[in-house]
Ligand binder design. Structure first.
Ligand code: A3P
Length: 331
């Protein structure tokens, strides 16, 4: 690992990895590293992170496939953890985009001095990443720290990714037609894909180690945000007290972090992340079932077959199966 951190070695590694085309024309494509696809520009940070990160038992990891609700989860976890530090009426979320409040190491890790960056983060460290469970730095799985993830109907996740990429690529290129991107998605070629490995990795870990890994579902969060927020707080070892229940603190956190509230804040209507993504791009529709506006029935059938096959032995199939109307009901 020391070796690959040297620029020449990273370039050598890059050349040796499988490649696939990008969702945008003239993009840099995707590389397959450690069993998942990612843009090549992330490799130095991923290697540095895997090598330098020494987990502490108090760390909280948010591991999410892009477009499954990362922004929402960041806002909720930050609010739960810091509820005694900041009153909700003075929350940093009112002045800062959730991605500035909880950093993602893929875009924020200081490559010049990764150790100091990671050690300097306020405690408890809340760290967000799109790395799949299996690719986390080894100490994360042995330190007893908390890992939180969210899964989402892959059909909605695909549409959300396609619309997001379309929006953010406009300054420099164009997105490929939806059919082409969909084909790549169905072959697992998307940021941190394949989605089935990503979801199953964290889902199965949550069944095996429920004290250390918690997975919620975007659809469940939409239907029962307060009860999911309470479960999340309990999992993090910070359950709401009876007094907090009487003061409806969980309800207030849910309100602060709701799609409509965050989308409507001035800070999220303007400005950009340091990587150039406009804040408003993280808040599109926030609905369940929006895929029906974009996928043809043959596309939906193809994806359903993939889910039937990949999720065959998992509860995930029950959630994302046409016979279960739960997901469509709660849009
Ligand atoms: P849509 O594109 O379907 O609207 P991520 O945060 O992982 O990038 O995911 C983005 C998706 O979550 C987008 O979905 C976005 O609109 C939605 N989203 C962002 N903030 C949300 C919130 N507070 N509540 C519900 N959905 C939210």
């Amino acid at each position: 690992m020391e070796i690959v951190e040297e620029r020449g070695s990273i370039e050598h590694l890059l050349e040796s990895l499988p490649r696939e085309k990008d969702w945008v024309s003239n993009g840099n494509g995707f590389i397959l590293y450690d069993g998942f696809w990612m843009p090549p520009k992330f490799l130095p940070r991923v290697l540095s992170f895997q090598h330098h990160y020494k987990a502490e038992p108090s760390d909280i990891f948010l591991i999410t496939l892009p477009k499954c609700g990362t922004t929402w989860l960041k806002a909720l976890v930050f609010s739960i953890v810091n509820r005694h530090r900041f009153s909700l009426s003075d929350s940093p979320l009112l002045r800062q985009n959730p991605h500035a409040v909880v950093r993602s190491f893929e875009s924020d890790l200081d490559l010049q001095d990764p150790k100091s960056y990671l050690e300097g983060l306020p405690r408890p460290r809340i760290i967000s990443t799109h790395l799949p469970y299996h690719a986390l730095p080894p100490s994360v799985r042995t330190s007893g720290c908390k890992i939180v993830s969210i899964v989402r109907d892959p059909r909605d996740q695909f549409v959300s990714s396609w619309k997001f990429t379309d929006k953010v690529c406009h300054d420099y290129t164009t997105i490929r037609p939806i059919e082409e991107c969909f084909d790549l998605f169905c072959r697992g070629v998307h940021n941190s894909g394949p989605f089935w490995d990503y979801f199953l990795g964290s889902w199965n870990a949550s069944l095996e180690r429920p004290d250390e890994v918690f997975v919620t579902r975007y659809e469940e969060m939409k239907v029962s945000p307060v009860s999911e927020t309470k479960k999340l707080a309990t999992f993090l070892g910070l359950p709401f007290t009876e007094e907090e229940d009487r003061e409806r603190v969980a309800e207030e956190i849910v309100k602060l972090c709701s799609f409509d509230n965050l989308k409507g804040l001035e800070v999220n209507k303007q400005g950009r992340r340091p990587v150039g993504v406009p804040h408003e791009a993280f808040f599109r529709k926030g609905e369940v079932g929006n895929w029906t506006d974009y996928l043809t029935s043959s596309m939906a059938d193809r994806l359903q077959k993939i889910m039937d096959d990949k999720f065959a032995n998992s509860d995930l199939l029950t959630f994302y199966h046409p016979t279960n109307s739960n997901n469509e009901d709660c849009a």
